[in-house]
Design a binder for this molecule. Structure first.
Ligand SMILES: *Cc1c(COP(=O)(O)O)cnc(C)c1O
Length: 370
């Protein structure tokens, strides 16, 4: 193979410098893969059965996923036109950002937040405006409001924030949207909504129910709480006009019949799946508490993961975890995210974490102040 640099194909310069997507490493048999916020429970038998019965894949799927959208519309008490389904909520993020922002336009989001956000803005040709998190690794919504200009076309709010964990409160969100011009799209990314136990957290469905802010679109996914990451299905709730814009930029027929029936079967089994979510949330709370007791500073953890601000030591520490059979998601120079996985992984994480924290100097940001 020749080096890509040797062939005379023109690629947009901002795309040429983008690093290709890097997936959380696959785990070998004895390691726990805690790098992708996946659900550690095996799929429910009823869901597996629905997928294996959906064998007519010589046919294209229903492009509008009407059965699933109807079911979600009933579930949330909204109209069919107020529900959009795509192959993962990342696909909807891309559709919305492309629909709203082009070259010269600005997309605001908190940083550090979900890795896809900078990429989405670049691919749309728009300018990313990153607003640093506050102490406690939380969204700084007043600073995000202050960053709005005439060029702002979309703002992404992630609650709970991936990878750091804290929620945005309902009061913070309400005060924020009141400041956002009504023609600017606000995307509330609630990929981890089902894991939230803090009663003060923003709830996108409640925001939509008020009808006060038709510029807000709420994103949710079947990948995390419902354990369908490999089938690719997520959804958006919001004003039909905004969702129509997303439908216009969508690649048609991306949601497979298998994904649709798995989502429907998951909604049939919602109580059972949410019981598993409660188990994971309890495990998360136990993990976060034990890490703090061991000397780590852990920001509020409301997703299915915890954040350790390991800073310059991140890659070295991630390797120590790796050697102990725990695969984490490191963000070089900043910190690492550890998913809440199998029950047996908890003790293993705590073992290596307790040994690593002792080597960090006093005053290191990952250490709890004594
Ligand atoms: C996982 C995740 C998503 C959605 O992932 P899909 O699998 O594409 O539905 C969206 N936003 C955030 C912040 C996530 O962590």
């Amino acid at each position: 193979m020749t080096d890509a640099a040797d062939i005379p194909i023109r690629v947009r310069p901002e795309i040429a410098v983008l690093p290709p997507y890097k997936q959380g490493r696959q785990a070998d048999a004895n390691a726990f893969k805690l790098s992708s916020n996946e659900n550690p429970f095996d799929p429910l038998p009823g869901v597996v059965e629905a997928v294996s019965d959906a064998s007519s894949f010589n046919r294209y799927p229903d492009a509008t996923a009407t059965r699933l959208r109807t079911r979600l519309a009933e579930r949330f008490g909204v109209d069919l036109a107020e529900v959009h389904v795509a192959s993962g909520s990342v696909a909807i993020l891309a559709q919305l950002v492309q629909a709203a922002a082009g070259p010269g336009d600005e997309v605001i989001y908190a940083w550090r937040s979900f890795e896809a956000y900078p990429w989405l803005a670049v691919v749309a040709g728009a300018t990313a405006v990153q607003v640093p998190l506050t102490d406690g690794a939380r969204h700084d919504l007043p600073a995000m409001a202050a960053a709005i200009t005439d060029r702002t076309r979309a703002i992404i709010v992630c609650s709970p924030n991936n990878p750091t964990g804290p929620i945005v409160t309902q009061a913070e969100f309400d005060a924020f949207v009141a400041e956002v011009p009504s023609d600017v799209l606000v995307i509330l990314d609630e990929a981890y909504a089902e894991f939230v136990t803090d009663p003060d957290a923003v709830n996108g469905v409640r925001v939509l129910e008020t009808g006060a802010h038709p510029n807000v679109v709420v994103l949710r996914t079947f990948s995390k709480a419902f354990g369908l990451a490999g089938l690719r299905v997520g959804y958006a709730l919001g004003h039909p006009r905004l969702l129509d814009a997303a439908r216009s930029t969508a690649i048609p027929l991306s949601v497979t019949l298998q994904a649709e029936v798995a989502a429907l079967a998951s909604l049939d089994a919602e109580d059972e799946l949410l019981e598993r979510v409660r188990v994971i949330a309890d495990r998360r709370d136990r993990l976060a508490t034990a890490l703090r007791e061991a000397g780590w500073s852990v920001p509020q953890a409301q997703g299915n993961f915890v954040w350790l601000a390991t800073g310059e030591e991140t890659l070295a520490i991630a390797e120590q975890f790796d050697a102990a059979g725990i695969i984490v998601r490191p963000f070089a120079g900043d910190g690492m995210r550890v998913s809440v996985g199998e029950e047996e992984s908890v003790e293993k994480v705590l073992g290596i974490a307790a040994s690593v924290v002792k080597d960090l100097p006093e005053g290191h940001p990952a250490r709890r102040l004594a």
